[in-house]
Ligand binder design. Sequence first.
Ligand code: SAM
Ligand code: SF4
Length: 366
Amino acid sequence: MSSLVQLRSDRPGPAVTCASGAPLELVDRSARRVRYLRVSLTDRCNYRCTYCMPEQAPDYGPRAELLRLEEVEQVVAAFARGGVERVRLTGGEPTLRRGLVELVARLSQLPTRDGRLEVVMTTNGERLEGLAQPLAAAGLHAVTVSLDSLDPARFAAITRRGHLDRVLAGIEAARAAGFASVKLNTVAVRGFNDDELSAIAEYAWARDVVPRFIELMPMSGGELFVPGTLMPAAEVRAAIAQGLDGALRPVDGGTARGAGPATYHAVVGGRWAGRVLGTIGAMTENFCAGCNRLRISATGQLHGCLAHDDAGDLRAALRGAALRGEDGQPALDRVVRTVLGTKRDGHGFQPDGTGGPRKAMISIGG
Ligand code: SAM
Ligand code: SF4
């Protein structure tokens, strides 16, 4: 990567380019190419999932600290030109952000090097029933819904304030809306939902939805992480295979991945033969060497890694430049360059809950 990187604009908002005027190669210091951006739209949530948030929500800062939607668009446009192909909207709970549908409509029109930006979203599903159709019409490509239990009482217990019936209605609405794909995210928690993982997979497959099972990660300085509840991805797959009375085989020898870190396995034989599930083994099946992403928090902090607190301040760059009457390009340039130049090689998560960042999952969006 050129050390003379600069940001140049030929349309509203900065473009990521290098000194020669050619688009900046979004490649980090370990030669990993960034193609995927996760953007948190809010650090607020209508749930309080026990592994993600404390019972009492933290003191949220003033709303003015959040990136404005025009600023989100400005930054995402720059990354799309730099080689990002897909952006995932997350949170907190992204469906709480006013202007979401309009933002999706604008982002999904942004040009990339090869076409248009693919915009996808992860949601808890509570408000999806009414939003699925407008979001699909606005150009949202795909949606992932988090679902940790099919048992209403368990669901209420882990989310502290979620309604299973609303989420299930949201999943049906998403299926009807015509997204390219609907996926489920289930955090596997030993002693909580380890006895219903195959039932969740079957629920998904019966609806042409792809289930994905995530290992618990110790965010927030490990405060919400209960050692012993981590269920390794290999155990998740074994439990599901046993629940189906069948077997799973790695798709493409275990190398098949989507745009993200999930590895995919297919069912061999039986009623669900050929159906696929994903596992995200952040703790036990380290995928950092293939990391292709950067993350932007709701307040505009650019994070190279989920598991470390280092960040560059995109918001300060944009707003400081605006105050000075500049277009923000050189300042944004410095932030992107610094984050790419310092992106960590891997995480330090430990199964005892140590080694993770102080930042909360809710602030960065997974
Ligand atoms: N609120 C939305 C939702 O729940 O889908 C989007 C944000 S949420 C932080 C994104 C994903 O991170 C969810 O699937 C959630 O289950 C997962 N998650 C949250 N805390 C986690 C943790 N400590 N370890 C692993 N996954 C976690
Ligand atoms: Fe909210 Fe998602 Fe965190 Fe649950 S996992 S508290 S829904 S941000």
